[in-house]
Design a protein around this ligand. Structure first.
Ligand code: ATP
Ligand code: MG
Ligand code: MG
Ligand code: MG
Length: 501
């Protein structure tokens, strides 16, 4: 199956079960609490909360949702390229019940689609259900446990092994700190060559056992004060990563061969992009993955990061989000600068990202016509942003080399805060990029010191601004606060990131 066929068969399956197929919401979310749309359920929040009636009859929907997870509660930016199954941008296939069907149907249909329609061998599947630990909300999800157990037993698999219980960290899903949430039940796939992991690798961030589908049973609204209130109705909200399903279906040649390492990048979604990058750089993509905790094989990581980040950038720009110095625009700028820098690793000169557009349009243009409609805008924004960073990149990299050499001599192997700030302030290196480059050399960055340098500069500009304002007032000409606000937001953004990274 091609990824388009997987996407189509998912939607067809739920259309046949009376779901209305809805378009993906844009990556720019309605909610001020979200940087980017990060899950299929985002666009349905007002329905879950009972603020608007469900427009579908029966009250069911399904779609493929464009998601970006590069900030806030769901932030996978640091994983991208170092593993082969976390992206900044990905497609989340999902089905929803708004106060209609609940656990039994959601689980049975998931099983039917995976095993009967797509042919996943039941022996390779594992389900997890919610069992709260001490002080954790709600109760043991006995209903999901029973439904999964009978499905596995009927397929000749021992439910004691194939159905596992986990607490809040893995099996209680939240969109952000607030909003609709609830216990969830997930499907994982054993990808070890022998297929005998017996559930030992579940939720271990081990690529040999991949989480593919999350079924969330939305029952609560998380309040700002950390409390949960019961919603007026109970809903189903599911999310499945298209790239992961494609990697398994295609990487095992339809479940025939589990001997090879499975990677999202070895699917038809990424191969055309990688091939273009191979041509541009004159280097081969080898598919090597760093050992957990080990240093990366740099060229292969670079290949993966670039094609991943390119997709995020193209889709975000198509939806009207532009790189800037504040908020989500700054996240986008950071993503772009990482891609540009990894381009240097492959010997590519900026701007090279626009050259990947034809390969993206040929694989995704049909499912997402907005890419085709905004092709020129995407190309020109990418070129302009890359060119802007290219101006300071070389000198910044040279400075980084010196700083890294100094840091390597220090006992704590740390790049000082003010040094990272110099890279940021003068050469446009986002802090996370400096951290990433430091990590490649077994060094770290004093992020606390960085924040202090940022704060100091903010105070300096505030003082300077005050003086300016006084003199401006004297000349009765107002210039505005925009610059100052931009800096303040960067500080806030960094503070937010520190909590997550
Ligand atoms: P993981 O534990 O692998 O980080 P998750 O539990 O954070 O995944 P969910 O929030 O449950 O993911 O999202 C539903 C599904 O979306 C996942 O089961 C997975 O298939 C897919 N998914 C989640 N994050 C990513 C990502 N960064 N890249 C690609 N697919 C993803
Ligand atoms: Mg995650
Ligand atoms: Mg998970
Ligand atoms: Mg999950």
């Amino acid at each position: 199956m091609t990824s388009s066929e997987i996407r189509e068969s998912f939607l067809r399956f739920f259309r046949e079960r009376a779901h209305t197929i809805v378009p993906s919401a844009p990556l720019l979310p309605d909610s001020p609490n979200l940087l980017f749309t990060n899950a299929g359920m985002n666009q349905f929040v007002p329905i879950f909360l009972g603020q608007v009636p469900c427009p579908y009859s029966p009250p069911r929907a399904a779609d493929t949702q464009k998601c970006i997870r590069a900030g806030g509660k769901h932030n996978d930016l640091e994983e991208v390229g170092f593993d082969t199954y976390h992206h900044t941008f990905f497609e989340m296939l999902g089905n929803w019940s708004f106060g209609d069907y609940f656990k039994k149907e959601a689980i049975s249909w998931a099983w039917e689609l995976l095993t009967h329609c797509w042919g996943f061998p039941p022996t390779r599947l594992y389900a997890t259900v919610y069992e709260p630990g001490p002080e954790e909300p709600g109760e043991f999800d006995a209903e999901s446990h029973a439904v999964w157990s009978s499905l596995f037993a009927a397929a000749g698999c021992d439910p004691e092994i194939h159905v596992a219980k986990f607490g809040k960290a893995d099996n209680f899903w939240m969109m952000g700190e607030t909003g609709p949430c609830g216990p969830c039940s997930e499907v994982h796939v054993d990808l070890t060559p022998e297929g005998k992991s017996r559930g030992r690798l579940l939720n271990q961030a081990d690529p040999r056992c991949l989480e593919v589908w999350n079924l969330v049973f939305i029952q609560y609204d998380a309040r700002g004060d950390g409390s949960l209130s019961l919603l007026p109705a109970r809903h189903v909200d599911t999310g499945m990563g298209l790239e992961r399903i494609a990697s398994i279906v295609q990487g095992t040649q339809g479940f025939r061969d589990f001997s090879r390492r499975i990677s999202n990048y070895d699917t038809d979604l990424f191969r055309p992009l990688l091939r273009t990058l191979e041509k541009l750089s004159g280097r081969p993509y080898g598919g090597a993955v760093p050992e957990p905790g080990g240093l990366a094989e740099q060229a292969d990581v670079a290949f993966r990061v670039i094609v991943d980040h390119f997709r995020a950038l193209a889709f975000a720009i198509a939806d009207g989000i532009l790189p800037s110095n504040v908020g989500r625009g700054y996240v986008l700028r950071r993503i772009l600068r990482r891609a540009t820098r990894f381009g240097r690793t492959l010997g590519l000169r900026a701007p090279f990202l626009p050259e990947l557009l034809p390969a993206l349009l040929s694989t995704m243009g049909e499912a997402f016509p907005e890419l085709v409609e905004t092709e020129d805008r995407i190309a020109s924004v990418l070129a302009a942003e890359e060119t802007l960073f290219a101006k300071t990149l070389e000198r910044g990299l040279a400075l980084f080399e010196d700083l890294a050499a100094e840091a390597a001599k220090r006992k704590n192997r740390m790049i000082a805060g003010e040094e990272a700030f110099l890279l940021y302030d003068t050469y446009g290196f986002p802090l996370d990029l400096t951290e990433l480059m430091a990590r490649e050399r077994g060094l770290s960055v004093d992020t606390q010191g960085f924040a202090e340098s940022m704060e100091k500069q903010r105070n300096r500009s505030a003082a300077a601004r005050e003086e300016d304002l006084l003199s401006v007032a004297a000349q009765s000409e107002f210039v505005g606060y925009e610059e100052l606000e931009a800096e303040a937001e960067v500080v806030l953004l960094l503070a937010g990131n520190r909590a997550v990274f």
